[in-house]
Design a protein around this ligand. Structure first.
Ligand code: S3P
Length: 456
């Protein structure tokens, strides 16, 4: 049942703020679905399309908030982009070819990926460009991007400020750098790779393992990138200033979006689900490895490689019992966006699950580790929260009967969708604020729930 609430903001513009009220579990389903295109690949394809010279075509681009922020930002930088349905024509202006007026500002909205990766492409910008974001993005750390980009020669204002809004001024005299990325952050690694494309000479990156879409995309575009995979890190070498040819790209489904429906299926009764054409890059499938260790049986079928990335259909069935896990920290970075739903599964496991070294989770769109602990407690699950760690005391008979209100969560899309999955699979009466937050990454989320038979 939807409860719409019209809110008049001080600027007199009207915003529709909708609370979602869920009082019933979802009934059993057996369906085939497709989720929206992958957020990471969509942003990378737009940014690289903007750097190519000529018309690139991107298919299956989702019209999510983060992608629209990326398109609007690139348009402000003088890139002509036409988006019709989910096909995007992007008329790239070449490396360092942005063409914009003095004094512009770019609003990255909720998208950390867009804001951070874009900064990598602006290191040669002749005029100051201001980057800002919404309330949640303005609380996130940018020092992690500023430090390496300053080494290339870019300048940031105000000096020593680590949060948005910030201004970047590029340099004509860029130098390639040696960079150590030790957080396991693909955004940091990618910002440096994109900066390296715009810099003469060879940039060398030693990076803790994290999603490697930027590297694979550069390979697909035949750009001079070398990746030497070591056990715990990758050595990446990029030679800059090689012009990029326009390209075609089809965005596969997003495994992070699929994760909500995988967990919904596992925790519901007598249900089956096939999710078609999803990206299954191993640097993104830590989630499936973790839940399969917990006893799930998620399968990848019809595997193929498209545009340099592996894709498959995902098949999952309901299950009645799950094992607890002492989650290997080496999987953290490969499952970083899925921990909220992994915690839901842990709350139904037959024992105590432990997750460690997850400090980065508190640096996302909201402090997710802290909020997950709060929500699990509201659900009646025993939890011990440490600094960067969480112990979840699973209860295989968990069946929520009470009223749960989810508000004040920085409008974090993944908190919203996790709460919906919990409500539909574990019961109780849930009132979840700011329904529109899911559109920043997964606009089809509600329609897919309807397809599965939930009446909304
Ligand atoms: C992303 C990297 C991750 C992830 C984010 C998307 C990317 O962030 O959480 O949703 O596309 O590079 P970090 O690099 O901060 O870990």
């Amino acid at each position: 049942m939807l409860k719409p609430l019209i809110l008049v903001t001080p600027s007199r513009s009207i915003k529709l703020m909708v609370k979602l009220v869920i009082k019933k579990k979802i009934r059993n389903f057996n369906k085939v679905i497709k989720v929206d295109g992958d957020k990471s690949l969509s942003i990378r394809s737009l940014l690289l399309g903007s750097q190519s010279f000529g018309k690139s075509v991107i298919y299956n681009l989702p019209k999510s908030g983060d992608i629209l922020s990326t398109i609007n930002g690139l348009k402000k930088l003088g890139v002509n982009i036409i988006l019709k349905n989910n096909t995007c024509l992007i008329y790239g202006t070449g490396l360092n070819g942005f063409n914009y007026k003095k004094g512009i500002s770019i609003n990255a909205g909720n998208s950390g990926t867009f804001a951070r990766l874009l900064l990598g492409l602006l290191i040669k910008s002749p005029y100051e460009i201001k980057i800002l974001g919404d309330k949640s993005l303005s609380k996130r750390d940018f020092l992690r991007i500023i430090s390496p980009l300053e080494k290339f020669g870019a300048k940031f204002k105000p000096n020593r400020k680590s949060k948005l809004p910030l201004k970047i001024l590029g340099s004509e005299f860029l130098k390639p750098i040696n960079y150590l990325e030790n957080r396991g952050s693909a955004q940091c690694k990618s910002a440096v790779i994109l900066a390296a494309l715009n810099t003469p000479g060879k940039t060398i990156i030693k990076a803790k393992k994290s999603r490697n879409h930027t590297e694979l995309f550069l390979k697909y575009l035949n750009l001079p990138i070398k990746i030497i995979a070591k056990k715990n890190y990758d050595l990446i070498k990029v030679n800059g200033e090689k012009q990029i040819k326009p390209f075609k790209y089809v965005i596969p489904g997003d495994i992070s979006s699929s994760a909500f429906f995988i967990i919904l299926t596992l925790l519901s009764k007598k249900s089956k689900l096939k999710i078609e054409k999803v990206n299954i890059n191993p640097s993104r499938t830590g989630f499936v490895k973790i839940i399969n260790k917990m006893g799930a049986n998620v399968k990848f079928i019809n595997k193929k490689t498209l545009y340099g990335e592996p894709i498959a259909d995902i098949f999952v069935e309901s299950q009645s019992s799950f094992k607890p896990i002492n989650c290997p920290v080496k999987l953290n970075s490969n499952a970083i966006d899925e921990f909220l739903v992994i915690f839901l599964l842990a709350s139904k496991a037959s024992g105590v699950s432990v997750f460690k070294q997850l400090e980065e989770l508190n640096k996302k769109e909201s402090p997710r580790l802290k909020l997950a602990s709060k929500i699990l407690k509201k659900m009646g699950v025993k939890v011990k929260l440490g600094i960067g760690s969480i112990r979840i005391y699973g209860n295989p008979n968990l069946n929520i009967k009470k009223k749960i209100i989810i508000n004040k969560y920085s409008k974090d899309h993944r908190i919203f969708m996790t709460s919906v999955v919990a409500a539909l699979s574990l019961g109780g009466e849930w009132i979840i604020d700011d329904m529109e937050s899911h559109t920043s990454s997964f606009p089809s989320f509600i329609n897919i729930l309807r397809k599965l038979g939930y009446e909304l």
